[in-house]
Write a protein that binds this ligand. Sequence first.
Ligand SMILES: [Zn+2]
Length: 80
Amino acid sequence: MEKATQRSKQWFDQTAKHYHCPVSGASEWEIGEEFVSLTTRSNANGQLLPYGQTSVLLFFRCKRCAYVLLFSAQHLGMLK
Ligand SMILES: [Zn+2]
C-alpha cells in the first residue's frame, strides 16, 4: 500500500512546491508523516454537535518557522 507521505509529497510537488510561507517567507516544507484529523463541534447554526464531524487532512510544516498548511485529503481524493 502506498504511504500517505508519498501521496502527500506527490500532490505537494505538483501543486504547491514553490509556495512561500506567509509568516517567514521560506519555501522549504516538511511533509507530515501521517494524515491528521480535525473535528468540528458545532454546525453552521452554532448548535453543538455531540460527536462532531471529522475531516481528514494532510499537513506541511514550514522548516523555518513551523507554520502549518492543512489540506482536505477527502477533497483531494486521497481517501479512496
Ligand atoms: Zn515559515
